[in-house]
Write a protein that binds this ligand. Structure first.
Ligand SMILES: [Zn+2]
Ligand SMILES: [Zn+2]
Length: 92
């Protein structure tokens, strides 16, 4: 019984300390997200993780989705030449 109780204390203690860590994580993650938002865009003005010019492997993914501008060699959704709206948002 005594062993059981000390185990419970240990579990509760862990739960409390992990809650504290989570709270700190959230703040750190929030700050990181704010920074990442700025850093996320590549030199082409699109999300780096979605940029086919930075990641040529992604071309096949966009082509498969039918999101492709063959005239300009970029996804239609990233083609500033076909979508002047994107150019205004900084897409090159
Ligand atoms: Zn890029
Ligand atoms: Zn285009």
């Amino acid at each position: 019984m005594r062993r059981f109780v000390s185990k419970m204390v240990l579990v509760v203690g862990l739960a409390v300390s992990s809650n504290v860590v989570h709270a700190e994580d959230r703040t750190a993650a929030g700050k990181a997200a704010g920074v990442a938002k700025v850093a996320e865009k590549c030199e082409h003005g699109v999300k780096k993780s979605l940029c086919t010019r930075c990641n040529p492997k992604l071309e096949a993914v966009f082509k498969a989705k039918g999101d492709w501008c063959s005239e300009h060699g970029v996804p239609e959704s990233q083609c500033a030449k076909c979508n002047p709206k994107l150019a205004k948002e900084g897409v090159k």
